[in-house]
Write a protein that binds this ligand. Structure first.
Ligand code: ARG
Length: 565
């Protein structure tokens, strides 16, 4: 908490006898800064004091004396507004960012707590499509944000590497597989086979039966089938790894669906002995009618296990292994019911931690002709999007800045950053429309714009060319635009906390855009490297503080910040 906020809280709390925590949680930011820097809504006191909020506000404005970092106090309708002392604010905010550097905004609220975060989790033997971009990028951003708040994170890639679809793939490969094509373009071959299977199965129902048999063999551990499956999995992982490296994303565990095979029997036994299962139409289910949900399917007629069974086993495994404080699933909203069922079953099994399991829902990425489907073969490969973006940036650099050092590296950082930022620039549960133009746009509210602002600041620092001033007089930063930048900088920690609380990196995205825009208007109208050496020292410090927060914010979103571009 800034000393300004602390001073406001203690002043109000002393006078009104409302506990400081309550005051702190009720303070608001006025919509317009000419109204003040913090506002207290007085209706909170009207019951107790039996007066109108307006009367309370003006009464308090008369008796309260500004002190310490509080410059002025004024009533405005039902609100009591506080103005911060500009010199104290500037000194405190800028010097603490400079001294804490990238640790500014860190906290230890998560100390000793583990969060398991299940994200990305693509399905093997399929191309990594744009459809998996959101879970991948958003999960990674949440990983960074919670880590910064002191939590220990376990990143799990719950690969879709088990299920009846592998029976289909194995059937298709045995019938029509092309060994040479598999060697050359593994995912292409597997994807073609998958599409082929569905095309032919429409007219040849025997295929489905064959696929069921193959999956049964796989679940029984039959050697030839298992070897094929293992090969498909290894080839897919190599493919995914390229994309993760490009995005700079890592995982702590690749325990996918197949990993839980050895735990399935135990899980089903536990469900049975808790009296939760019954047989319906030859399938083993947990009846959830009482809770307004369709039954949770555990085993099909042919004994094949299902997605939900594996998720129940996985959640139990995660609790036993990590004793998580939270267990998060960053997955599209299409799976809402699935997770509601799984969490309900865990609750019915008597696990108190079932309430700590959360589905972090994502909207769809939509394509012009509706949402995409792998089955019909219309899929946009994420790797294509990323490499097109990098190509585009390369050509822009060649045109505008041909002598740039590390051109390839910068093109990769900016090209990938553009796509990552595009994906994060809508609230997570909103559907977004995929269009090449938008995903690869570098104008306006985009990732490259933020990276460019950062590079511009880095260049100011290079031109300054000296170590940061040791004792700048930061009270000189009292201009309206400087104060705007400073106030925004001071709110970085709060925005982080909000992003974590709502599982919504978008809060951070819009914060960074605002910071860049406020800073850029300052930069356009005032010289940072000005004549007056005291003012220059103060402004350079402000520029460095802004650069630090921008860079750290981008890092949290999973983006890099080139020094020049
Ligand atoms: N593989 C699934 C898909 O691509 C997502 C898995 C999410 N995680 C989980 N534990 N169910 O749709």
């Amino acid at each position: 908490m800034s000393s300004f906020k602390k001073d406001v809280v203690s002043l109000l709390s002393e006078t009104t006898e409302v506990p400081p925590e309550e005051i702190a949680s009720r303070l608001e930011y006025p919509p317009d800064e000419s109204l003040g820097d913090l506002a207290f809504p007085c209706h909170l006191l009207s019951k107790r004091l039996k007066k109108s909020p307006q009367a309370i506000a003006s009464g308090l404005a008369e008796i309260l004396l500004p002190k310490a970092s509080i410059d002025r106090i004024a009533a405005n309708g039902p609100y009591l507004n506080f103005f911060a002392d500009p010199a104290i604010l500037a000194t405190e905010v800028v010097s603490s960012i400079i001294s804490q550097a990238e640790d500014f905004g860190s906290s230890d609220e998560g100390r000793g707590k583990t969060i398991v975060i299940d994200f990305s989790s693509p399905n093997i033997a399929k191309p990594f499509g744009v459809g998996h971009l959101r879970t991948t990028v958003l999960g990674n951003a949440l990983y960074h944000i919670f880590s910064k708040l002191g939590y220990k994170l376990v990143r799990v890639n719950h690969l879709g590497d088990w299920g009846t679809q592998f029976g289909k793939l194995i059937t298709a490969f045995k019938l029509w597989g092309d060994e040479a094509h598999l060697e050359k373009d593994p995912i292409g071959e597997l994807f073609d086979l998958y599409v082929e299977f569905h095309r032919r199965a429409e007219t040849d129902p025997d295929l489905e039966e064959k696929a069921r048999e193959e999956f049964k063999k796989l679940e029984g551990g039959e050697q030839e089938t298992s070897e094929l499956w293992r090969r498909f999995r290894d080839l897919s992982l190599q493919d995914f790894d390229r994309i993760y490296r490009l995005l700079g994303i890592e995982f702590d565990s690749y325990a996918g669906e197949s990993f839980y095979n050895p735990y399935i029997d135990k899980t089903i036994e536990a469900l049975k002995s808790a009296g939760l299962t019954r047989v319906s139409e030859d399938a083993l289910i947990v009846d959830l009618e009482k809770y307004g949900m369709p039954p949770c399917l555990l085993k099909k007629r042919d004994e094949a296990t299902l997605y939900a069974t594996r998720d129940i086993a996985a959640a139990i495994y995660r609790y036993e292994t990590y004793e998580f404080h939270k267990n998060l699933y960053v997955v599209g909203s299409a799976q809402r019911l699935h997770f509601q069922q799984v969490f309900k079953v865990l609750e019915l099994m008597g696990y108190p931690w079932s309430k700590d399991c959360h589905h972090i829902e994502l909207g769809w990425i939509k394509f012009e002709k509706g949402a995409m489907s792998t089955r019909k073969g219309n899929i946009v490969f994420l790797e294509d999007v990323l490499s097109k973006s990098v190509e585009l940036v390369t050509s822009i650099i060649e045109e505008k800045n041909p002598t740039l050092e590390n051109r390839d590296r910068v093109a990769r950082q900016v090209g990938v950053g553009a796509v990552v930022f595009w994906d994060l620039s809508a609230r997570r549960n909103k559907d977004i429309n995929f269009s090449w133009e938008e995903a690869l746009s570098f104008e306006g509210q985009t990732g490259p714009y933020l990276q460019y602002t950062h590079a511009r600041l880095a260049s100011v620092m290079r031109r300054y060319g000296e170590p940061l001033p040791a004792h700048p007089d930061l009270s000189l930063l009292s201009g309206a635009q400087e104060q705007k930048v400073i106030k925004l900088l001071s709110r970085f920690p709060e925005h982080l906390q909000r992003a974590a609380f709502d599982y919504e990196p978008y809060h951070l995205v819009s914060y960074l855009l605002e910071l860049a825009s406020v800073f850029n208007s300052f930069y356009q109208s005032q010289r940072i490297l000005c004549e007056d050496s005291n003012l220059r020292s103060a402004r350079v410090s402000l520029a460095e503080a802004t650069r630090t927060v921008l860079k750290e914010g981008l890092r949290l979103l999973g983006m890099e910040s080139p020094e020049s571009m």
